[in-house]
Design a protein around this ligand. Structure first.
Ligand SMILES: C[S@@+](CC[C@H](N)C(=O)[O-])C[C@H]1O[C@@H](n2cnc3c(N)ncnc32)[C@H](O)[C@@H]1O
Length: 335
């Protein structure tokens, strides 16, 4: 199925506006990153960063509230630097506040990336030793231009670490994909039933091409339920955010009519098509490639359930390349 193309400026600007709002709750809303990815970044920094010649200059793209920097700065030396960069000013400000008074403070710099096409981050070519990217690529529509910019910035022989991004192999009808879909259907725990069924049904509707219709139905059901259950607080906050984003996009002539359901879809534009990690930058050497989360969102929903953990780990042993997320370490040729 061919994917609809939007203007890159629109996708970048929606991400900027959305994350300016999402920033405030971000630290509470991503347990799959803050609980599950810590050990991975600890391992990567001790395995790949501590062996490099210092001083190292690291650029974290889409740094959010500073998750990656908070881990890797512990493996750094006095003379090293991490630049935290994000398209959202709110995220940059939150990260700045998080590290205020920390002993790593002097190692850190903060940069707001401007919305710009073609995508550009204002540093000199080949001026960065290591680029880290965690859970950002799926927010980017024009991944090729994004990676060209990464390549421009990275010095020859430099490292590119990309983690927690959707793996195309999983979404291409893999066994884990169907295991996840059926597990979600069979999930009868009352508290999870509505969420898990909704996720599974949306995945199926995407497969059979009626996703847009299904989203509309769930949106209407969801907003009616939200109003019933928790009053108007949450839905009105979302409605205000949506109205504000739409007002700005219309004033900037990026859209002519308000977006309703498409905002979330545009923010996470590549979340369910995914990437082939070995084709991201074909000229770079792959030093390490892991795929994980074989039960996808089902695993996040039940991350403390021993049986789910066991099932996920059995699938990962049987089908190591078919997890829903991947983490790859790439090395740029040294010329
Ligand atoms: C899911 S968050 C991940 C944040 C952080 N890397 C982490 O692991 O917690 C995605 C971040 O990417 C940022 N982002 C989205 N599109 C971007 C782009 N084109 N360039 C840079 N940052 C972007 C968002 O503002 C947001 O802070």
């Amino acid at each position: 199925m061919t994917q609809m193309r939007y203007s890159d400026k629109l996708v970048q600007r929606i991400n900027e506006l959305y994350h300016d709002y999402a920033g405030k709750d971000y630290s509470q809303s991503h347990p799959e990153i803050f609980e599950e990815e810590v050990f991975r970044w600890k391992y990567l920094s001790s395995r790949y960063l501590s062996t490099l010649a210092h001083p190292i200059r690291i650029l974290d793209i889409g740094s959010g509230t500073g998750f990656v920097a908070g881990i890797i700065c512990q493996a750094l030396k006095e003379e090293d630097t991490i630049i935290l960069s994000d398209i959202s000013q709110e995220m940059v400000d939150l990260a700045k506040r998080k590290f205020e008074g920390e002993r790593y403070g002097p190692h850190l710099k903060f940069v707001k990336i401007a919305v710009h096409t073609p995508y550009r981050i204002s540093f000199e070519s080949h001026s960065i030793d290591v680029i880290t990217i965690n859970s950002v690529l799926h927010h980017v529509q024009d991944v090729q231009t994004f990676l060209n910019e990464v390549d421009r910035l990275l010095r020859p022989g430099g490292l590119l670490l990309i983690c927690h991004e959707p793996n195309q192999k999983f979404f291409d009808n893999s066994l884990p994909y169907w295991a996840y879909t059926f597990a979600s259907f069979l999930d009868l725990a009352p508290a999870n039933l509505s969420r898990a069924t909704r996720i599974a049904a949306l995945e199926l509707s995407r497969r059979i091409g009626v996703e847009r219709f299904a989203r509309r139905v769930y949106y209407l059901m969801g907003s009616a339920r939200e109003k019933r259950v928790s009053g108007i607080a949450q839905s009105s906050a979302q409605a205000l955010m949506l109205a504000d984003i739409n007002r700005k996009l219309i004033a900037e002539h990026l859209i002519s009519t308000p977006l309703v359901l498409d905002v979330a879809k545009l923010v996470d534009i590549r979340a369910t098509s995914g990437f082939n990690p070995s084709e991201l930058v074909p000229s770079y050497e792959i030093l390490r490639l892991d795929t994980y989360d074989h039960l996808y969102k089902f695993k996040t929903l039940h991350r403390r359930n021993a049986f789910v953990k066991l099932f996920d780990s059995a699938l990962s042993k049987m089908l190591p390349n078919e997890g829903a997320n991947f983490c790859v370490v790439l090395k740029k040729p040294a010329i």
